[in-house]
Design a protein around this ligand. Structure first.
Ligand code: FES
Length: 575
């Protein structure tokens, strides 16, 4: 239901059939919070409180709220915080992705339901930024993002550690028997030394950078460490700016345009960002009625070098990017490739913000266009008879020898099947095989978990095998690395060709020609299809699981719920 045009306390009154009584009652009720009449005449700047005792990535949210409130008050507004769901990666069963849309619904409806002239969105951990953007896009009330910011790095015996690239690398060494059980526990205590989000180019970092490029965050906000005083100054400025956005009535639809999404995708590719950034921003674009054109994403990838030297593709961490100037030097290097006329939350264009950047001071984290980390963008879009709706591979983080590879499929029918058999010493597998995991997509798992990083089978890991071709309909953490084909669409659970692969089939990947083929003829696949049945999920007869399974879209549409995406599409991006 659309909100009326009234401002402040008068907006969106609860319906008692008497608007005067509704306003009287509202003001009487909120005076119980101790507000004066003067307070209640101010523009209301709402602030999403995403603190949770389960979410260390959001540990600093109370501090950020204080700073934002200070900014709002200094600019003459009334700050009002309200809770929305907070989702942490490691505390979300079955997977945080299952809950992202629930958080987006919560955000949208609470923005719509409560009086606010602008809203400050506080996100950070992987799913929270996209969920907040999705909700804010649909509610279309003036909005601005503040992220919690990355952790600073940890260390162990002189080695610098970053979550969660090093979590996975060191766990892999533990699996291979090179790190014992006591030592791995000790390392676990040193991987996350501060509040904040994972400090490599994982999904949280990627989404923060994409959001800044999209124009929904004040410049410089993506990379400031969570515990740095600049983070609080940025939050205060965000609060101030929210009051101005409210006065100017700058709604998200004026900022989140096809060109702005193109800028965000350009940055995703240039920073070697997480593949999840593609799914999440596709979902946000869908809220604006924009379909993401995967062929255009691939073309953009071929014309966009990776410039940012961060783990897992490179060597540095987010605090190094912050010291190098944050997103600024990336935007400056990308300037010829960006849409500079896009409006941002500053009220100025992206081009004006790039022109206002300080001079480069000779940092070594962000490379120039003519000396990139990798000549092409991190993500390639694949097509072929195994993925008629597309699949992706993060080529910058893989063994380049495997980018053209044909091998024998070793199929795992589910996450459980993989867990049961992967480390079996009798598993018939070699380093040249292709590990296939299915029923791990949006409907199959459900929730499309980050299971695409299929571990190297223990017996091969013990022989020193570090990478092999793996493919699935799952996602992968942005902190992971390897020759891993993800997001195979349509997923197996809806009858995609992935459902028909059998151990022993040949699979051919050719990243340079963007193809992914199952070398089995169509007649044989048709025979196999006769016996195929979709997986079932206990408990799916009711509740959120029922809604999720009925409504979730495939990866190429962002895994949003069909009824939340704006249909019909009114355009496409990137342009
Ligand atoms: Fe929250 Fe990595 S677990 S950002």
């Amino acid at each position: 239901m659309a909100k009326d045009d009234a401002k402040g306390m008068r907006a969106g009154l609860a319906q008692y059939g008497d608007a005067g009584f509704s306003l009287f009652l509202r003001k009487a009720m909120i005076k119980g919070m101790g507000y004066s009449d003067d307070d209640l005449e101010r523009p209301i700047i709402a602030i999403t409180d995403t603190f949770s005792g389960y979410n260390a990535c959001h540990r600093t949210v109370p501090d950020l709220i204080h700073a934002i409130e200070r900014g709002v008050l200094l600019a003459g507004g009334l700050p009002v915080r309200f809770p929305v769901i907070s989702v942490h990666e490691a505390f979300s069963h079955p997977t945080s992705m299952f809950l992202r849309n629930l958080m987006a619904i919560d955000t949208e409806e609470m923005i719509r339901a409560q009086p606010m002239d602008a809203v400050v969105l506080i996100g950070g951990c992987d799913k929270t930024v996209p969920a907040l953007l999705m909700g804010a896009a649909s509610a279309n009330v003036p909005a601005i993002m503040e992220v919690t910011g990355p952790m600073i790095t940890g260390d162990y015996k002189g080695e610098r550690l970053g979550a969660c690239t090093d979590c996975r690398r060191l766990w892999g060494m533990h699996r291979a028997g090179r790190i014992g059980p006591e030592e791995i526990e000790e390392i676990g205590g040193r991987l996350m030394p501060t509040a904040g989000t994972c400090m490599v180019m994982g999904t949280a970092s990627t989404m923060a950078l994409m959001t800044e490029a999209l124009g929904m965050m004040l410049p410089g906000g993506a990379a400031i460490p969570a515990v740095h005083a600049d983070r609080l100054r940025h939050a205060e400025a965000t609060g101030r700016r929210a009051v101005e956005l409210a006065a100017a009535g700058v709604t998200p639809d004026r900022i989140m345009t096809p060109k702005a999404f193109a800028n965000a995708f350009r940055v995703l590719l240039a920073v070697g960002g997480s593949t999840n950034g593609l799914i999440h921003m596709t979902a946000v674009a869908g809220r604006m009625g924009l379909k993401v054109d995967m062929a255009a994403i691939d073309a953009m990838g071929q014309a966009t070098p990776v410039l940012v030297d961060l783990k897992p593709s490179g060597q540095h961490y987010m605090e190094d990017l912050y010291k190098a100037g944050g997103l600024g030097p990336v935007l400056r290097a990308l300037k010829p490739l960006l849409h500079l006329d896009c409006l941002t939350v500053t009220g100025r264009s992206l081009g004006a913000e790039v022109d206002a950047l300080p001079e480069d001071w000779g940092q070594n984290v962000v490379r120039p266009l003519n000396d990139p980390l990798y000549p092409q963008g991190g993500i390639a879009v694949l097509a072929g008879n195994l993925a008629p709706g597309g699949a992706i591979i993060k080529q910058a983080a893989a063994d380049q020898k495997l980018m053209r590879h044909e091998g024998r499929a070793v199929v795992f029918d589910s996450l459980e099947d993989m867990a049961n058999r992967l480390d079996d010493p009798n598993l018939d597998v070699t380093a040249d095989d292709v590990l296939v995991l299915r029923n791990a997509g949006p409907k199959g798992a459900p929730g499309m978990p980050e299971a695409g990083y299929i571990p190297i089978p223990k017996k091969l890991a013990e022989q020193g095998v570090k990478d092999m071709l793996r493919l699935s309909d799952a996602r992968m953490s942005g902190t992971a690395f390897g020759a891993i084909v993800l997001h195979v669409t349509p997923e197996a659970a809806v009858g995609g060709p992935l459902a028909l692969v059998r151990t022993g089939d040949r699979i051919r990947l050719d990243v340079p020609s963007r193809s992914l083929e199952l070398l089995v003829d169509a007649a044989e696949l048709a025979r196999r299809r006769v016996g195929w049945r979709p997986p079932t999920h206990p408990g799916s007869e009711r509740g959120y699981l029922k809604l999720y399974l009925e409504q979730v879209s495939q990866a190429d549409e962002g895994c949003d719920f069909d009824f939340l995406t704006r249909r019909p599409y009114v355009g496409s991006t990137p342009v």
